[in-house]
Design a protein around this ligand. Structure first.
Ligand code: SAM
Length: 352
C-alpha cells in the first residue's frame, strides 16, 4: 500500500464513526417523535410549571406508570427537553417550556398531531413510494379532511396544531403592505389566526374567513379573542365549489400544497372567478429550493397525508398560469414559509 492510500484509509477509518453515529441517530428518530408525543399528550410540562417533580408524583398527576414515566423523562432529559437533578426530580428546560399548553409559543398540539395520524401515515410511506398513492387514504379509507369531518377530537387537535405552527414571528402575510385594500378573504383560514392578525394590524380593513364547517368551528371565539369579530365574517363551504366574491386580497395559507396540480388548479380557478381584476393573491407555502430540508420534509408530509406536494418557483408559475394568474413576486425569509404574490392575468383562462 502506498503512503497516500494508507493515509486515505486512515482518514476513512477516522470518518467512519461520525457518519455511522449520525445515520444511527436518524434511524432512531421515530422514538423521539413518539417520546415528545407522549409527554405532550400526557401534559407533563403543564404539571412542572410550579417546580421540580419526581416521576412517581408526576405519574399520579398525569395517569401513568411511574417506572415507565421515569424512563421516558430520563430520556427526554438526556435530549434536553427536561432537567433531571441528583434527587431524580424533573423540571422544564426552554424546550420543555414549549410543550406547556399556556405558553404563547406552545408547540404542544403540533407534537400531538405529529404523533397520531401523521405518525401512522408515515409508517405507510413505503406504500406511497411504491404506488404514488396517499398513505393516509390507504390506511383510513378516505381523505384526511373527509376523515376529520367525522373525528372532531382529531380535527380540533389539527386546528390547534395548525395555529401553533403558524405562530412564528415575522409572518410575511401579516407584514404585507395592504395600503388601499379593503377586503381580505382567507381561503381555508382555519381558526382565523392569520386573518385575525392581518385585521388587527390593519384596523380599517374587513375580512371573510372561508373554510369547511369543521375547519372553522373554533373561529368565532378565536376572532372574538383577537377583538376583530365585527370586521370578519365567517363563511363555510368547499373551495372546490366556489369561494366568496369581491375581495381585494385573497390569502391561501398552507392550502395549495395539500392538493395535486389538478385540484390546486380547480381551487385557483374558483379564486380567479371571485377576485377583483386589480386584486392580489397571496400564497403562503414553500417555494422549494435545492437541499431544502424544511421544504422537502413538508413535501413528504403532503405525499403521505393529503396527496399534495411542495412546489418550485417554476412549478408555481405554471400552476398559476393554468388558472389565469401571473406570478409577480416571491418573498423568502429564513426560517419562514415563503410567500408567493400573484395577480389576475388580463384574460381568465377560458376566454384565452
Ligand atoms: C393545512 S390547514 C391550513 C389552515 C390555515 N390556512 C393555516 O395556514 O394555518 C388546511 C385548511 O384547509 C381547510 N380545507 C380543507 N378542504 C377544504 C375545502 N374543500 N374547502 C374549504 N376549506 C378546506 C381545512 O379545514 C383546513 O383548515
Amino acid at each position: 500500500m502506498t503512503t497516500v492510500s494508507k493515509q486515505r484509509e486512515g482518514n476513512y477509518a477516522r470518518l467512519m464513526e461520525p457518519p455511522r453515529q449520525e445515520l444511527f441517530n436518524m434511524i432512531q428518530g421515530y422514538k423521539t417523535t413518539q417520546a415528545l408525543y407522549v409527554a405532550a399528550k400526557l401534559g407533563v410540562a403543564d404539571h412542572l410549571v410550579h417546580g421540580l417533580m419526581r416521576a412517581e408524583d408526576l405519574a399520579k398527576e398525569v395517569g401513568a406508570n411511574s417506572k415507565a414515566l421515569f424512563r421516558l423523562m430520563r430520556h427526554l432529559a438526556a435530549l434536553g427537553i427536561f432537567t433531571q437533578d441528583k434527587s431524580t426530580k424533573f423540571g422544564l428546560t426552554p424546550l420543555g417550556e414549549l410543550l406547556r399548553t399556556d405558553n404563547p409559543e406552545s408547540m404542544r398540539y403540533s407534537a400531538i398531531f405529529s404523533g397520531e395520524e401523521n405518525y401512522k401515515a408515515a409508517g405507510n410511506l413505503l406504500h406511497s413510494v411504491r404506488t404514488g398513492e396517499t398513505a393516509f387514504n390507504h390506511l383510513y379509507g378516505k381523505g384526511h379532511f373527509d376523515w376529520m369531518a367525522e373525528n372532531t377530537d382529531a380535527s380540533s387537535t389539527f386546528n390547534k396544531a395548525m395555529a401553533q405552527t403558524l405562530r412564528r414571528r415575522g409572518n410575511p402575510v401579516e407584514s404585507y403592505d395592504y395600503s388601499g385594500r379593503h377586503l381580505v378573504v382567507d381561503i381555508g383560514g382555519g381558526r382565523g389566526d392569520l386573518i385575525g392578525s392581518v385585521l388587527v394590524s390593519n384596523p380599517t380593513m374587513e375580512g371573510i374567513l372561508f373554510d369547511l364547517p369543521q375547519g372553522s368551528s373554533e373561529a368565532q371565539s378565536h376572532l372574538k379573542t383577537k377583538g376583530v369579530q365585527d370586521r370578519c365574517r365567517i363563511e363555510t363551504g368547499s373551495f372546490f365549489d366556489s369561494v366568496p366574491a369581491g375581495g381585494d386580497v385573497y390569502v391561501v395559507s398552507r392550502i395549495l400544497h395539500d392538493w395535486s396540480d389538478d385540484k390546486a388548479t380547480a381551487i385557483l380557478a374558483n379564486i380567479r372567478k371571485a377576485i377583483k381584476e386589480d386584486g392580489t393573491l397571496l400564497i403562503r407555502d414553500s417555494v422549494l429550493s435545492d437541499n431544502d430540508v424544511q421544504g422537502s420534509t413538508l413535501d413528504l408530509t403532503m405525499l403521505i397525508m393529503t396527496g399534495g406536494q411542495e412546489r418550485t418557483e417554476s412549478e408555481w408559475r405554471s400552476l398559476l398560469q393554468s388558472a389565469g394568474f401571473a406570478l409577480t413576486r416571491v418573498y423568502k425569509k429564513e426560517g419562514q414559509l415563503d410567500l408567493v404574490e400573484a395577480k389576475p392575468d388580463k384574460q381568465p383562462p377560458h376566454r384565452r
